[in-house]
Ligand binder design. Sequence first.
Ligand code: EPU
Length: 421
Amino acid sequence: MDKILVHGGHPLSGTVKIGGSKNSALPILAATLLTKEPCVIRHVPDLSDIHYMLQILSHLGAQVERASGVVTVTAEKIDTVAPYDIVRKMRASVCVLGPLLGREKEATVSLPGGCVIGDRPIDLHLKGFAGLGASHRIAQGNVKVFAGELKGGLVSLRGKQGPTVLGTDNVMMAATLADGVTVIDNAAAEPEVVDLANFLNAMGAKIEGAGTRRIIIEGVKELHGAEHEVIPDRIEAGTFMVAAAVAGEKVTLQRVDPGHLDAVSDRLQEAGYKIDVAKDSLTVHGNGVTNCTQITTEPYPGFPTDMQAQMCALLSKGKGVSVITETVFPQRYMHVSELKRMGANIELDGATATVTGVEHLSGAPVMASDLRASAALVLAGLHADGVTEVSRVYHIDRGYECIDEKLNSLGAQIERVKVKG
Ligand code: EPU
Protein backbone atom coordinates (compact mmCIF):
# COMPACT_ATOMS: atom_id res chain seq x y z
CA MET A 1 0.00 0.00 0.00
CA ASP A 2 1.45 3.36 -1.00
CA LYS A 3 1.32 6.65 0.87
CA ILE A 4 1.63 10.08 -0.64
CA LEU A 5 3.58 12.81 1.15
CA VAL A 6 2.69 16.30 0.00
CA HIS A 7 5.14 19.04 0.99
CA GLY A 8 3.00 22.17 1.03
CA GLY A 9 3.78 25.66 -0.19
CA HIS A 10 5.47 25.00 -3.54
CA PRO A 11 4.02 27.11 -6.35
CA LEU A 12 2.81 25.39 -9.53
CA SER A 13 3.42 26.63 -13.05
CA GLY A 14 3.69 25.15 -16.53
CA THR A 15 1.68 22.86 -18.74
CA VAL A 16 -0.04 19.55 -18.09
CA LYS A 17 -1.72 17.11 -20.52
CA ILE A 18 -5.07 15.68 -19.49
CA GLY A 19 -5.76 11.98 -20.10
CA GLY A 20 -8.73 10.15 -21.57
CA SER A 21 -11.92 10.06 -19.54
CA LYS A 22 -12.26 7.15 -17.12
CA ASN A 23 -16.03 7.47 -16.98
CA SER A 24 -16.28 7.43 -20.78
CA ALA A 25 -13.78 4.64 -21.31
CA LEU A 26 -15.49 2.24 -18.86
CA PRO A 27 -18.90 2.00 -20.62
CA ILE A 28 -17.25 2.25 -24.06
CA LEU A 29 -15.10 -0.78 -23.25
CA ALA A 30 -18.23 -2.61 -22.03
CA ALA A 31 -19.98 -1.69 -25.31
CA THR A 32 -17.37 -3.64 -27.30
CA LEU A 33 -19.25 -6.75 -26.07
CA LEU A 34 -22.10 -5.81 -28.43
CA THR A 35 -20.22 -7.06 -31.51
CA LYS A 36 -18.19 -10.10 -32.58
CA GLU A 37 -15.86 -7.86 -34.55
CA PRO A 38 -12.72 -6.12 -33.25
CA CYS A 39 -13.07 -2.64 -31.76
CA VAL A 40 -10.15 -0.29 -31.28
CA ILE A 41 -10.41 2.27 -28.48
CA ARG A 42 -7.79 5.01 -28.26
CA HIS A 43 -6.78 7.33 -25.46
CA VAL A 44 -7.77 4.84 -22.77
CA PRO A 45 -6.26 6.01 -19.45
CA ASP A 46 -3.95 3.69 -17.53
CA LEU A 47 -5.96 3.32 -14.31
CA SER A 48 -6.83 0.48 -11.98
CA ASP A 49 -10.58 0.82 -12.75
CA ILE A 50 -9.80 0.35 -16.47
CA HIS A 51 -7.67 -2.66 -15.59
CA TYR A 52 -10.65 -4.22 -13.71
CA MET A 53 -12.94 -3.61 -16.71
CA LEU A 54 -10.44 -5.31 -19.04
CA GLN A 55 -10.28 -8.26 -16.62
CA ILE A 56 -14.07 -8.57 -16.75
CA LEU A 57 -14.06 -8.47 -20.57
CA SER A 58 -11.37 -11.19 -20.65
CA HIS A 59 -13.30 -13.27 -18.15
CA LEU A 60 -16.40 -12.99 -20.34
CA GLY A 61 -14.37 -14.49 -23.20
CA ALA A 62 -13.23 -11.39 -25.11
CA GLN A 63 -9.71 -11.13 -26.47
CA VAL A 64 -8.15 -7.98 -25.08
CA GLU A 65 -4.93 -6.35 -26.26
CA ARG A 66 -3.49 -3.19 -24.84
CA ALA A 67 -0.58 -1.04 -25.95
CA SER A 68 0.11 2.52 -24.77
CA GLY A 69 -3.40 3.87 -24.46
CA VAL A 70 -4.89 1.78 -27.28
CA VAL A 71 -7.14 -1.14 -26.37
CA THR A 72 -8.38 -3.66 -28.94
CA VAL A 73 -11.26 -5.92 -27.89
CA THR A 74 -12.61 -8.81 -29.94
CA ALA A 75 -15.62 -10.44 -28.32
CA GLU A 76 -16.29 -13.24 -30.79
CA LYS A 77 -17.92 -15.57 -28.28
CA ILE A 78 -19.03 -14.39 -24.88
CA ASP A 79 -20.21 -15.75 -21.60
CA THR A 80 -22.96 -13.85 -19.75
CA VAL A 81 -21.90 -14.18 -16.10
CA ALA A 82 -19.57 -11.63 -14.49
CA PRO A 83 -18.26 -13.04 -11.19
CA TYR A 84 -18.22 -11.39 -7.77
CA ASP A 85 -14.43 -11.59 -7.39
CA ILE A 86 -13.83 -9.06 -10.16
CA VAL A 87 -17.09 -7.13 -10.09
CA ARG A 88 -16.87 -6.25 -6.38
CA LYS A 89 -13.72 -4.21 -7.02
CA MET A 90 -15.53 -1.65 -9.12
CA ARG A 91 -19.11 -0.50 -9.08
CA ALA A 92 -19.01 0.51 -12.75
CA SER A 93 -18.82 -3.22 -13.65
CA VAL A 94 -22.60 -2.99 -13.67
CA CYS A 95 -22.37 -1.45 -17.14
CA VAL A 96 -21.71 -4.85 -18.74
CA LEU A 97 -25.38 -5.70 -18.01
CA GLY A 98 -26.71 -3.60 -20.93
CA PRO A 99 -24.45 -4.95 -23.71
CA LEU A 100 -24.80 -8.58 -22.53
CA LEU A 101 -28.58 -8.25 -22.37
CA GLY A 102 -28.62 -6.61 -25.82
CA ARG A 103 -26.49 -9.27 -27.48
CA GLU A 104 -27.29 -12.49 -25.57
CA LYS A 105 -30.68 -11.53 -24.08
CA GLU A 106 -29.39 -12.39 -20.61
CA ALA A 107 -26.74 -11.27 -18.16
CA THR A 108 -25.77 -12.06 -14.58
CA VAL A 109 -23.65 -9.64 -12.59
CA SER A 110 -22.86 -9.54 -8.91
CA LEU A 111 -25.05 -6.83 -7.39
CA PRO A 112 -23.06 -3.73 -6.44
CA GLY A 113 -23.31 -2.86 -2.76
CA GLY A 114 -23.22 0.64 -1.30
CA CYS A 115 -19.95 2.52 -1.12
CA VAL A 116 -18.59 5.36 0.95
CA ILE A 117 -20.15 8.03 -1.25
CA GLY A 118 -23.59 6.66 -0.47
CA ASP A 119 -26.18 4.12 -1.45
CA ARG A 120 -25.60 2.88 -5.02
CA PRO A 121 -28.90 1.29 -6.15
CA ILE A 122 -29.54 0.00 -9.69
CA ASP A 123 -33.35 0.15 -9.57
CA LEU A 124 -33.43 2.61 -12.49
CA HIS A 125 -31.24 0.35 -14.66
CA LEU A 126 -33.66 -2.52 -13.98
CA LYS A 127 -36.67 -0.29 -14.62
CA GLY A 128 -35.15 0.65 -17.98
CA PHE A 129 -34.53 -2.98 -18.92
CA ALA A 130 -38.12 -3.80 -17.92
CA GLY A 131 -39.24 -1.12 -20.39
CA LEU A 132 -37.52 -3.20 -23.09
CA GLY A 133 -39.38 -6.33 -21.95
CA ALA A 134 -36.66 -7.85 -19.73
CA SER A 135 -37.27 -9.42 -16.33
CA HIS A 136 -34.81 -9.70 -13.47
CA ARG A 137 -34.15 -11.97 -10.55
CA ILE A 138 -31.89 -11.41 -7.55
CA ALA A 139 -30.28 -14.47 -5.94
CA GLN A 140 -27.07 -15.13 -3.98
CA GLY A 141 -26.00 -11.53 -4.35
CA ASN A 142 -26.29 -11.59 -8.14
CA VAL A 143 -28.75 -9.87 -10.41
CA LYS A 144 -29.83 -11.74 -13.52
CA VAL A 145 -31.63 -9.89 -16.31
CA PHE A 146 -33.18 -11.84 -19.15
CA ALA A 147 -35.65 -11.53 -21.98
CA GLY A 148 -37.07 -13.82 -24.68
CA GLU A 149 -36.74 -10.88 -26.99
CA LEU A 150 -36.02 -7.19 -26.41
CA LYS A 151 -38.62 -4.76 -27.71
CA GLY A 152 -38.20 -0.99 -27.94
CA GLY A 153 -40.33 1.00 -25.51
CA LEU A 154 -40.70 4.30 -23.64
CA VAL A 155 -38.65 4.44 -20.44
CA SER A 156 -38.18 7.26 -17.96
CA LEU A 157 -34.97 7.12 -15.94
CA ARG A 158 -35.62 9.89 -13.44
CA GLY A 159 -34.87 8.92 -9.84
CA LYS A 160 -35.07 10.82 -6.55
CA GLN A 161 -31.62 12.29 -7.19
CA GLY A 162 -32.22 13.01 -10.87
CA PRO A 163 -31.13 11.01 -13.93
CA THR A 164 -28.63 8.15 -13.81
CA VAL A 165 -25.46 8.16 -15.92
CA LEU A 166 -24.61 4.44 -16.02
CA GLY A 167 -28.34 3.58 -16.05
CA THR A 168 -28.77 5.67 -19.21
CA ASP A 169 -25.66 3.99 -20.70
CA ASN A 170 -26.94 0.52 -19.86
CA VAL A 171 -30.41 1.01 -21.34
CA MET A 172 -29.01 2.76 -24.41
CA MET A 173 -26.60 -0.15 -25.05
CA ALA A 174 -29.29 -2.83 -24.64
CA ALA A 175 -31.73 -0.87 -26.83
CA THR A 176 -29.31 -0.72 -29.79
CA LEU A 177 -30.13 -4.39 -30.50
CA ALA A 178 -33.82 -4.32 -29.46
CA ASP A 179 -36.62 -4.73 -31.94
CA GLY A 180 -38.12 -1.28 -32.72
CA VAL A 181 -37.67 2.18 -31.27
CA THR A 182 -36.75 3.00 -27.66
CA VAL A 183 -37.23 6.44 -26.15
CA ILE A 184 -35.33 7.22 -22.94
CA ASP A 185 -36.87 10.17 -21.12
CA ASN A 186 -35.08 11.98 -18.30
CA ALA A 187 -31.83 10.60 -19.67
CA ALA A 188 -28.48 11.71 -18.27
CA ALA A 189 -26.88 14.33 -20.53
CA GLU A 190 -23.26 13.98 -19.38
CA PRO A 191 -20.53 14.28 -22.07
CA GLU A 192 -19.61 10.66 -21.27
CA VAL A 193 -23.10 9.54 -22.39
CA VAL A 194 -22.61 11.45 -25.66
CA ASP A 195 -19.19 9.84 -26.12
CA LEU A 196 -20.71 6.37 -25.67
CA ALA A 197 -23.53 7.18 -28.12
CA ASN A 198 -20.96 8.36 -30.69
CA PHE A 199 -19.07 5.08 -30.35
CA LEU A 200 -22.29 3.04 -30.62
CA ASN A 201 -23.28 4.98 -33.75
CA ALA A 202 -19.82 4.27 -35.20
CA MET A 203 -20.64 0.57 -34.59
CA GLY A 204 -23.82 0.94 -36.66
CA ALA A 205 -26.35 1.89 -33.96
CA LYS A 206 -29.01 4.52 -34.66
CA ILE A 207 -29.07 6.88 -31.69
CA GLU A 208 -30.27 10.47 -31.64
CA GLY A 209 -30.55 13.01 -28.86
CA ALA A 210 -27.58 11.97 -26.67
CA GLY A 211 -26.64 15.01 -24.59
CA THR A 212 -30.31 15.95 -24.11
CA ARG A 213 -32.90 14.59 -21.68
CA ARG A 214 -34.56 12.49 -24.45
CA ILE A 215 -32.57 9.84 -26.32
CA ILE A 216 -34.14 7.94 -29.21
CA ILE A 217 -32.68 4.59 -30.26
CA GLU A 218 -33.84 2.72 -33.31
CA GLY A 219 -32.85 -0.92 -32.82
CA VAL A 220 -30.71 -2.64 -35.47
CA LYS A 221 -30.10 -6.35 -36.16
CA GLU A 222 -26.39 -6.28 -35.40
CA LEU A 223 -23.46 -3.99 -34.71
CA HIS A 224 -20.00 -4.10 -36.26
CA GLY A 225 -16.47 -3.27 -35.11
CA ALA A 226 -15.39 0.38 -34.90
CA GLU A 227 -12.57 2.67 -33.84
CA HIS A 228 -13.04 5.44 -31.32
CA GLU A 229 -11.03 8.01 -29.37
CA VAL A 230 -12.18 8.65 -25.80
CA ILE A 231 -12.90 12.29 -24.82
CA PRO A 232 -10.62 14.10 -22.35
CA ASP A 233 -11.33 13.50 -18.68
CA ARG A 234 -13.22 16.58 -17.47
CA ILE A 235 -12.84 15.58 -13.80
CA GLU A 236 -9.07 15.12 -14.05
CA ALA A 237 -9.02 18.50 -15.82
CA GLY A 238 -11.21 20.10 -13.13
CA THR A 239 -8.93 18.68 -10.43
CA PHE A 240 -5.87 20.27 -12.10
CA MET A 241 -7.79 23.55 -12.43
CA VAL A 242 -8.34 23.49 -8.69
CA ALA A 243 -4.66 22.56 -8.12
CA ALA A 244 -3.75 25.64 -10.16
CA ALA A 245 -6.09 27.76 -8.02
CA VAL A 246 -4.77 26.26 -4.79
CA ALA A 247 -1.08 26.67 -5.54
CA GLY A 248 -0.64 27.95 -9.04
CA GLU A 249 1.04 30.90 -10.60
CA LYS A 250 -0.07 30.09 -14.13
CA VAL A 251 -1.00 26.58 -15.18
CA THR A 252 -2.13 25.53 -18.68
CA LEU A 253 -4.15 22.35 -19.20
CA GLN A 254 -3.83 20.82 -22.65
CA ARG A 255 -6.15 18.36 -24.37
CA VAL A 256 -9.32 19.45 -22.62
CA ASP A 257 -12.78 20.31 -23.87
CA PRO A 258 -13.34 23.69 -22.14
CA GLY A 259 -17.09 23.46 -22.85
CA HIS A 260 -17.31 20.42 -20.55
CA LEU A 261 -15.77 22.51 -17.76
CA ASP A 262 -18.08 25.55 -17.82
CA ALA A 263 -19.63 24.91 -14.40
CA VAL A 264 -16.20 24.45 -12.77
CA SER A 265 -14.79 27.53 -14.55
CA ASP A 266 -17.77 29.63 -13.38
CA ARG A 267 -17.23 28.73 -9.74
CA LEU A 268 -13.46 29.28 -9.92
CA GLN A 269 -13.99 32.67 -11.56
CA GLU A 270 -16.44 33.59 -8.82
CA ALA A 271 -13.79 32.56 -6.28
CA GLY A 272 -11.48 35.13 -7.90
CA TYR A 273 -9.46 33.21 -10.50
CA LYS A 274 -8.83 34.33 -14.06
CA ILE A 275 -9.23 31.62 -16.69
CA ASP A 276 -8.20 31.95 -20.34
CA VAL A 277 -9.93 29.53 -22.68
CA ALA A 278 -8.67 28.32 -26.07
CA LYS A 279 -10.03 25.61 -28.39
CA ASP A 280 -8.65 22.58 -26.54
CA SER A 281 -6.71 24.11 -23.67
CA LEU A 282 -7.26 26.46 -20.79
CA THR A 283 -5.05 28.44 -18.45
CA VAL A 284 -5.77 29.18 -14.80
CA HIS A 285 -3.99 32.15 -13.22
CA GLY A 286 -3.35 31.93 -9.50
CA ASN A 287 -4.11 35.00 -7.39
CA GLY A 288 -3.15 33.92 -3.90
CA VAL A 289 -6.54 34.58 -2.30
CA THR A 290 -9.67 32.46 -2.65
CA ASN A 291 -12.99 34.25 -2.26
CA CYS A 292 -16.08 32.44 -1.08
CA THR A 293 -18.67 31.02 -3.47
CA GLN A 294 -21.85 28.92 -3.43
CA ILE A 295 -21.91 25.49 -5.05
CA THR A 296 -24.78 23.09 -5.67
CA THR A 297 -23.87 19.80 -7.32
CA GLU A 298 -26.26 18.76 -10.07
CA PRO A 299 -26.40 16.50 -13.09
CA TYR A 300 -24.61 17.90 -16.17
CA PRO A 301 -24.50 20.73 -17.19
CA GLY A 302 -24.66 21.64 -13.48
CA PHE A 303 -21.66 21.52 -11.15
CA PRO A 304 -20.33 17.92 -11.03
CA THR A 305 -20.50 15.95 -7.80
CA ASP A 306 -17.10 14.51 -8.80
CA MET A 307 -15.57 17.99 -8.23
CA GLN A 308 -17.27 18.77 -4.92
CA ALA A 309 -14.51 17.45 -2.61
CA GLN A 310 -11.77 19.27 -4.53
CA MET A 311 -13.66 22.60 -4.27
CA CYS A 312 -14.14 21.98 -0.56
CA ALA A 313 -10.33 21.69 -0.23
CA LEU A 314 -9.84 24.95 -2.17
CA LEU A 315 -12.45 26.95 -0.25
CA SER A 316 -11.15 25.72 3.13
CA LYS A 317 -8.30 28.24 2.92
CA GLY A 318 -9.53 31.67 1.89
CA LYS A 319 -11.86 34.54 2.63
CA GLY A 320 -15.49 34.36 3.68
CA VAL A 321 -18.11 31.66 4.04
CA SER A 322 -18.92 29.26 1.19
CA VAL A 323 -21.93 26.99 1.13
CA ILE A 324 -21.78 23.67 -0.72
CA THR A 325 -24.91 21.58 -1.29
CA GLU A 326 -24.59 18.04 -2.62
CA THR A 327 -27.76 16.93 -4.41
CA VAL A 328 -26.41 13.94 -6.37
CA PHE A 329 -24.82 11.89 -3.57
CA PRO A 330 -26.08 13.69 -0.42
CA GLN A 331 -23.67 11.78 1.87
CA ARG A 332 -20.53 12.37 -0.18
CA TYR A 333 -18.63 14.23 2.53
CA MET A 334 -16.03 11.73 3.77
CA HIS A 335 -13.27 14.26 3.06
CA VAL A 336 -14.70 16.79 5.53
CA SER A 337 -13.50 15.16 8.73
CA GLU A 338 -10.01 14.72 7.24
CA LEU A 339 -9.88 18.37 6.07
CA LYS A 340 -10.89 19.41 9.58
CA ARG A 341 -7.86 17.53 10.90
CA MET A 342 -5.81 19.91 8.75
CA GLY A 343 -7.46 22.94 10.40
CA ALA A 344 -10.39 23.52 8.03
CA ASN A 345 -13.53 25.07 9.48
CA ILE A 346 -16.41 23.12 7.91
CA GLU A 347 -19.83 22.48 9.37
CA LEU A 348 -21.95 19.72 7.94
CA ASP A 349 -25.70 19.79 8.11
CA GLY A 350 -27.20 16.96 6.11
CA ALA A 351 -26.26 17.47 2.47
CA THR A 352 -24.93 21.01 3.07
CA ALA A 353 -21.39 21.97 4.06
CA THR A 354 -20.66 25.46 5.30
CA VAL A 355 -16.99 26.20 4.73
CA THR A 356 -15.52 29.19 6.56
CA GLY A 357 -12.18 29.98 4.97
CA VAL A 358 -9.20 29.95 7.35
CA GLU A 359 -5.79 31.63 6.91
CA HIS A 360 -3.70 28.49 7.30
CA LEU A 361 -4.13 24.78 6.89
CA SER A 362 -1.54 22.55 8.50
CA GLY A 363 -0.22 19.28 7.14
CA ALA A 364 -1.39 16.15 8.97
CA PRO A 365 -1.67 12.40 8.45
CA VAL A 366 -5.01 11.91 6.67
CA MET A 367 -6.79 8.97 5.15
CA ALA A 368 -8.30 8.74 1.67
CA SER A 369 -11.78 7.20 1.66
CA ASP A 370 -12.73 7.37 -2.01
CA LEU A 371 -11.34 8.58 -5.30
CA ARG A 372 -12.34 12.24 -5.30
CA ALA A 373 -11.91 12.63 -1.52
CA SER A 374 -8.31 11.50 -1.86
CA ALA A 375 -7.69 14.01 -4.65
CA ALA A 376 -9.10 16.70 -2.34
CA LEU A 377 -6.64 15.75 0.40
CA VAL A 378 -3.69 16.00 -1.99
CA LEU A 379 -4.94 19.44 -3.10
CA ALA A 380 -5.33 20.56 0.51
CA GLY A 381 -1.76 19.39 1.12
CA LEU A 382 -0.52 21.68 -1.65
CA HIS A 383 -1.63 24.76 0.28
CA ALA A 384 -1.06 23.49 3.82
CA ASP A 385 1.96 24.30 5.95
CA GLY A 386 4.32 21.35 6.38
CA VAL A 387 3.74 17.79 5.21
CA THR A 388 0.41 16.09 4.52
CA GLU A 389 0.61 12.32 4.58
CA VAL A 390 -2.24 10.75 2.59
CA SER A 391 -2.69 7.02 3.17
CA ARG A 392 -4.79 4.50 1.21
CA VAL A 393 -3.80 6.13 -2.06
CA TYR A 394 -5.00 3.14 -4.09
CA HIS A 395 -8.25 5.13 -4.22
CA ILE A 396 -6.53 7.91 -6.15
CA ASP A 397 -4.95 5.45 -8.61
CA ARG A 398 -8.46 4.30 -9.58
CA GLY A 399 -9.09 7.57 -11.37
CA TYR A 400 -5.92 9.65 -11.80
CA GLU A 401 -3.02 8.61 -14.00
CA CYS A 402 0.22 9.47 -12.09
CA ILE A 403 -1.30 12.49 -10.32
CA ASP A 404 1.85 12.83 -8.19
CA GLU A 405 4.17 12.86 -11.22
CA LYS A 406 1.97 15.29 -13.11
CA LEU A 407 1.78 17.70 -10.15
CA ASN A 408 5.55 17.39 -9.60
CA SER A 409 6.15 18.31 -13.24
CA LEU A 410 4.38 21.60 -12.40
CA GLY A 411 6.61 22.22 -9.37
CA ALA A 412 4.85 20.38 -6.55
CA GLN A 413 6.88 18.32 -4.11
CA ILE A 414 5.07 15.04 -3.67
CA GLU A 415 6.65 11.73 -2.74
CA ARG A 416 5.10 8.31 -3.03
CA VAL A 417 6.35 5.88 -0.42
CA LYS A 418 5.75 2.16 -0.07
CA VAL A 419 4.31 1.06 3.26
CA LYS A 420 5.14 -2.47 4.37
CA GLY A 421 2.53 -4.90 5.69
N1 EPU B 1 -29.50 6.23 -8.53
C1 EPU B 1 -30.67 5.62 -8.19
N2 EPU B 1 -31.03 4.48 -8.84
C2 EPU B 1 -30.27 3.93 -9.81
C3 EPU B 1 -29.06 4.56 -10.17
C4 EPU B 1 -28.69 5.73 -9.51
O1 EPU B 1 -31.40 6.10 -7.32
O2 EPU B 1 -30.66 2.89 -10.38
C5 EPU B 1 -29.10 7.48 -7.84
C6 EPU B 1 -27.73 7.37 -7.17
O3 EPU B 1 -27.84 6.79 -5.89
C7 EPU B 1 -27.28 8.82 -7.15
C8 EPU B 1 -27.88 9.38 -8.43
O4 EPU B 1 -28.92 8.48 -8.82
O5 EPU B 1 -27.89 9.47 -6.05
C9 EPU B 1 -26.90 9.51 -9.58
O6 EPU B 1 -26.19 8.29 -9.75
P1 EPU B 1 -25.69 7.80 -11.17
O7 EPU B 1 -26.38 6.52 -11.51
O8 EPU B 1 -25.76 8.89 -12.17
O9 EPU B 1 -24.17 7.44 -10.86
P2 EPU B 1 -23.34 6.35 -11.63
O10 EPU B 1 -23.77 6.30 -13.03
O11 EPU B 1 -23.29 5.11 -10.86
C10 EPU B 1 -21.45 7.93 -12.54
C11 EPU B 1 -19.99 8.11 -12.35
C12 EPU B 1 -19.72 8.67 -10.97
C13 EPU B 1 -20.44 10.01 -10.84
C14 EPU B 1 -21.94 9.81 -11.11
C15 EPU B 1 -22.72 11.11 -11.10
C16 EPU B 1 -19.04 6.36 -13.74
C17 EPU B 1 -18.26 5.10 -13.82
N3 EPU B 1 -19.31 6.82 -12.50
O12 EPU B 1 -21.87 7.00 -11.55
O13 EPU B 1 -18.31 8.90 -10.91
O14 EPU B 1 -20.26 10.53 -9.54
O15 EPU B 1 -22.12 9.19 -12.39
O16 EPU B 1 -22.20 11.99 -12.04
O17 EPU B 1 -19.37 6.95 -14.74
C18 EPU B 1 -16.21 9.11 -9.88
O18 EPU B 1 -15.69 9.11 -11.02
O19 EPU B 1 -15.57 9.43 -8.84
C19 EPU B 1 -17.61 8.73 -9.73
C20 EPU B 1 -18.13 8.33 -8.57
